[in-house]
Ligand binder design. Structure first.
Ligand SMILES: Nc1ncnc2c1ncn2[C@@H]1O[C@H](COP(=O)(O)OP(=O)(O)OP(=O)(O)O)[C@@H](O)[C@H]1O
Ligand SMILES: [Mg+2]
Length: 277
């Protein structure tokens, strides 16, 4: 197994404290609140799947998690450190410990795959030889070494999404934020992306917060694991689910659900029930 992409063991994980903690977060952009009094945590060994209909604030929540959006009230802590109110200069090193896969991938079309994936390393003035080695390693993880010198315009939608995942992994993040990584993809390609998310979860064990509106993706993540020997995802035995993969659901700015798969499918909440149908 290739070790170098693995997350360093950090103090928050050792202490067992949450890698993400939202405490009563409200975000308004000067109008009615998009997020209202949101509180939840992501534990060091946890994958949290954030569900909710379109326009409900899922992307805003992810951006608030790494300080791209600042709350009006409440606070956010990453790796045990409160980031709310930190000047950008002090926020930068904390944000650099996270990897974000933006909705739609958000690659730069004028840069090669190499330069897209290397973006963070180029900012940090890492030398070229090391950049090449790390980009190749990240591309190998997503099965796309051959695209190193290509431009994003010549890739399929699924390949672009995999490049975006490689870019998020380049800095050996201690937390991954995936914004709708299968959005707009066909079911077969979506499965290849979910397999990568599972590979990251089960091989490198990086905690993550993943947005999806595809219930199928969410269930696949709970009922499968990545088998490193086979190099593929395999179903868990009948009736078993991954206990560290848990759910959040947003509606109308409020967190209306926070719990396990079992609690989700047995929820009596009218909105949760409708969402699951
Ligand atoms: N920078 C901003 N300034 C003002 N309003 C914003 C800003 N970013 C998002 N919003 C508003 O916040 C609301 C939630 O948007 P968001 O993109 O988080 O939805 P979403 O749940 O990710 O939707 P989708 O499932 O379609 O991706 C929308 O009404 C949007 O217009
Ligand atoms: Mg969104």
């Amino acid at each position: 197994m290739n070790e170098t992409l693995a997350s360093p063991v950090h103090s928050a994980a050792l202490a067992g404290e949450p890698v993400v903690e939202f405490r009563g977060v409200t975000v308004s952009f000067g109008g009615p609140p998009v997020l209202e009094e949101i509180s939840f945590t992501v534990a060091p060994d946890e994958t949290r799947i954030l569900l909710g209909p379109a326009g409900v604030g899922k992307s805003v929540l992810l951006k608030t998690a790494n300080g791209l959006v600042q709350p009006d009230t409440g606070s956010v802590a990453l790796f045990g450190q409160t980031i709310t109110g930190l000047p950008e200069r002090q926020l930068f090193p904390v944000r650099a410990r996270t990897g974000m896969v933006f909705q739609e991938g958000a690659l730069f079309d004028s840069l090669t795959v190499r330069d897209n994936v290397a973006y963070q390393l180029i900012q940090e003035k890492v030398d070229d030889e090391e950049i090449d080695a790390r980009v190749l390693e990240a591309l190998r993880f997503v099965g796309l070494e051959q695209t190193f010198s290509l431009f994003p315009g010549s890739l399929s939608g699924g390949m672009r999404r995999r490049v975006a995942i490689a870019r998020a992994l380049i800095n050996r993040p201690e937390l991954l934020l995936y914004d709708s990584p299968t959005g707009g993809l066909d079911p077969v390609t979506s499965t290849t992306i979910i397999e990568l998310v599972l590979k990251q979860r089960d091989v490198y064990k990086t905690p993550s917060l993943l947005v999806t509106h595809r219930l199928q993706d969410a269930f696949t993540m709970c009922t499968h694991r990545f088998d490193a020997d086979k190099g593929a995802m395999t179903p868990l035995p009948e009736g078993e689910t991954d206990h560290n993969t848990t759910f959040l659901m947003l509606n109308e700015g409020r967190m209306i659900f926070d719990g396990s798969l079992h609690e989700l499918v047995n929820s009596k909440d009218k909105f949760v029930r409708e969402f699951l149908e």
